[in-house]
Design a binder for this molecule. Structure first.
Ligand SMILES: C[C@H](O)[C@H](O)[C@H]1CNC2=NC(N)=NC(=O)C2=N1
Length: 101
């Protein structure tokens, strides 16, 4: 079930498959660096579309040329679930198209 809390080991195992992602407190996080503020803003819009499709939403932070995500599952009491990793994988798949690193 995608909304079951994952164990620490399950989280760590999944993070090994997601370079750049880490566990920060109770959320999985990643910061992308872009070539400009406009490029970072465009990535935010694309991520927002994806989050709406998944009905799963991160805390998105737009910097000068960075986009940071931090996510866990409210419906699971703030635990990390498979839905968080589904979002992370979808963002990892779309980020290269934005020349995000
Ligand atoms: C009512 C709505 O479907 C739920 O609140 C969705 C929306 N987006 C969500 N986002 C996150 N990160 N966790 C959730 O549990 C969640 N649930």
């Amino acid at each position: 079930m995608a909304t079951e809390p994952l164990s620490q080991k399950e989280i760590e195992d999944r993070l090994t498959e997601l370079p750049g992602w880490s566990l920060d407190g109770a959320k999985i996080t990643r910061t992308y660096r872009l070539g400009s503020h406009f490029a970072a803003t465009a990535l935010v819009v694309h991520i927002a579309q994806t989050q709406e499709e998944l009905n799963h939403h991160s805390d998105l932070t737009l910097g000068y040329n960075t986009v940071a995500l931090a996510v866990n599952s409210h419906d699971a009491g703030g635990a990390v679930t498979e839905k968080d990793f589904e979002l992370a994988r979808r963002v990892e798949a779309l980020a290269p198209g934005h020349q995000a690193s």
